[in-house]
Design a protein around this ligand. Structure first.
Ligand SMILES: [Zn+2]
Ligand SMILES: [Zn+2]
Length: 318
């Protein structure tokens, strides 16, 4: 009888072609899994750029000021030049006291990392890192390749797993290996595919996990679909424009993580107009035909009128 440590697959599987296919496919998906996992863990979360920090003068004034409404006034003035579309639920400028910066849209302070993280999704204990703008694509690929690896293992072991019960397999060690392999792969598959499906749904809606619990506050009120541009475009926001890079854990997400195209729904008594509004690029922003600083507009009715008059559905190339 063979020793306990010999490779069960080599003995149990008789067909050479089957062995080769199993080895190649498994290792391919396993290498991709390790690569994406590695990138998810070791890509540092991206923080807001310096333009979101208060100037020295503003910071001093902000710290001296004790009345919240005047503090807000300072922030509002500083935020005028920033590409920000969302506020807190109470319509205040989103400011991080800890990092002393105005939070860009979709940015949140992570208490575990103790920094503000761009397009923060969640702090993941499984990868001991924040999942956000800089590594969300890697995280999705990590989930996808782990689901595929587990599914492949469970599916290929299944016929031998059945043989264990029909008594066609008599080798006790092989039985032990096959049972373990099948149960571990099947349980991991069930657990991870649930998470993976949820994130696929979120990508389709262009929503982060945080935003799925609390809708971002736009000028027109909370809008959970505020950043959604339609399924195809939402997918490209994360995976980029070039399909050849979609399955590789290489950073190809669109944008800079500080500003995001938004979809503003304007309620008109006559009809509902849906307009897509994007952030002006720093160089060409001034010539764009839409209101560049939504938060500086105090009167929502006036803002809506400007929006409706200006344009229909369009998106600025990025
Ligand atoms: Zn912060
Ligand atoms: Zn974190």
């Amino acid at each position: 009888e063979a020793p306990w440590w010999r490779v069960t697959a080599a003995v149990t599987i008789s067909s050479t072609a089957e062995k080769v296919v199993y080895l190649v496919v498994f290792h391919l998906s396993f290498v991709m899994f390790v690569w994406s996992y590695w990138k998810t863990i070791f890509t540092s979360p991206a923080s807001p750029s310096n333009e979101f920090c208060l100037s020295k003068a503003d910071k001093e004034q902000y710290e001296k000021e004790e009345r919240p409404e005047f503090q807000q006034e300072i922030l509002r003035r500083a935020a005028n030049d920033l590409p920000i579309y969302t506020t807190t639920e109470s319509r205040a400028i989103r400011y991080c006291d800890r990092c002393q910066l105005i939070k860009p849209d979709r940015c949140h302070h992570c208490s575990a990392c103790d920094i503000c993280v761009l397009k923060m999704d969640h702090h993941c204990l499984w990868v001991n890192n924040c999942v956000g703008f800089s590594n969300y694509k890697f995280f999705l690929l990590f989930l996808m390749y782990s689901v595929l690896s587990c599914l492949f293992v469970a599916a290929t072991v299944l016929q031998y797993f059945i043989k264990c019960w029909t008594k066609e397999l008599t080798d006790a060690y092989a039985k032990y290996h096959i049972l373990c392999l099948f149960f571990v792969a099947a349980i991991a598959f069930i657990g991870i595919q649930w998470l993976f499906s949820r994130h696929c749904w979120l990508v389709g809606k262009n929503r982060s996990t945080i935003e799925s619990f609390r809708a971002p506050m736009f000028r027109n009120g909370p809008d959970e679909n505020g950043f959604s541009l339609g399924y195809g475009k939402n997918l490209r926001e994360v995976f980029g424009d070039e399909k050849k890079y979609w399955l590789l854990p290489i950073f190809t997400s669109l944008g800079d993580g500080c500003s995001f195209p938004t979809r503003l729904v304007i309620m008109d008594p006559e009809k509902v107009t849906v307009s897509t509004q994007t952030e002006p690029a720093k160089s060409s922003g001034a010539s764009q035909p839409f209101h560049p600083r939504p938060l500086s507009v105090e009167d929502p009715a006036e803002a809506g009128a400007q929006e409706a008059a200006g344009h229909g559905l369009w998106q600025q190339p990025r």
